[in-house]
Design a binder for this molecule. Structure first.
Ligand SMILES: [Zn+2]
Length: 86
């Protein structure tokens, strides 16, 4: 029997079918690198979520921007309240 997972996205893409058929790192690899996370922390079950293809694609679109923001913060930059991308 195939394991059925529910899409874990906090907000769903209009095309989401509700099935978490793709595996996603909650904190992406790029962001984890910027934060100097260990490989173990990146792949911790806590950091893994299952998303539908539509929701996964949507999340990936924001990831590049978030990674840029994290690198900026790690380098000592400050982001004012309201400017943060979450
Ligand atoms: Zn979804």
């Amino acid at each position: 029997m195939k394991e059925y997972r529910v899409c874990e996205a906090p907000t769903h893409h209009p095309d989401c079918n509700g099935v978490g058929s793709t595996k996603d790192h909650f904190t992406s690899k790029a962001i984890a690198r910027a934060r100097k996370w260990s490989h173990k922390k990146l792949n911790d079950p806590e950091n893994i979520q299952y998303l539908s293809p539509s929701c996964h694609q949507e999340k990936d679109k924001n990831n590049a921007q978030i990674a840029q923001q994290v690198r900026f913060q790690v380098n000592g930059g400050t982001i004012r309240f309201g400017e943060a991308i979450t």
